[in-house]
Design a binder for this molecule. Sequence first.
Ligand code: PLP
Length: 234
Amino acid sequence: MIRSMEALKENLKKIHERIETACYRSGRKSSDIKLLLATKTVSAERILEALKLGETLIGENRAQELVEKYDALKLVKHRSHFIGNLQSNKINSIIDKVDCIESIDNFRLAERLNRRLAVKGLSMDVFLEVNTSGEDTKIACKPDELFDLAEKVSLLPCLKVRGLMTIGALTDNEKSIRACFELLRNLSEKLKAEKSPNIFMEELSMGMSGDFELAIEEGSTEIRLGSAVFGARK
Ligand SMILES: *Cc1c(COP(=O)(O)O)cnc(C)c1O
């Protein structure tokens, strides 16, 4: 974990340069790529420093951690996504504290979320999380189940499906990682072509500290970085 604000500033500067370079290589605009800071295990103080350095989007993995940091973080304007495995019994604790839930991977969860939102008169942006690597350690929707999930979720009035999310294969093999991102992009294009109500395929959330340049080359609109920003986690 890094200690000083100087080091954080330096890390962010390097990351933004790498985003620029990856965009240049692939003929894209860096303004089309959002940087989400993956803040699991990072203190609220440190996250506030990153926000003060100009970052605007953060993502937590655990409901409890999100709730613990919420009061401290709300002092500085930012957007907050939930990116972890969400248990149904935690929905209520985060429902009015996040702008988007990126990890919707089954209809039961979507339905419960919709019901809680309806009670509160709220609506929520969500991404559908797809397991593009085939690694069975990952809890996420299988590619061939995505269309069914999307169709059902599109009928839930309080959810707006804004995009797809994936975690690339955990390997050094560039080809395998790239194939994951390419698959997510193809799935998104197919869903877009179906023109379902409530399905807006605007975002592709893919790319982490070890593979974000590949993700940008494959069309990512949002990269989720933790260790590259804040240093290695314990
Ligand atoms: C932790 C995490 C990240 C960031 O991982 P790094 O390798 O530290 O950049 C991104 N997405 C999700 C869903 C995560 O859990």
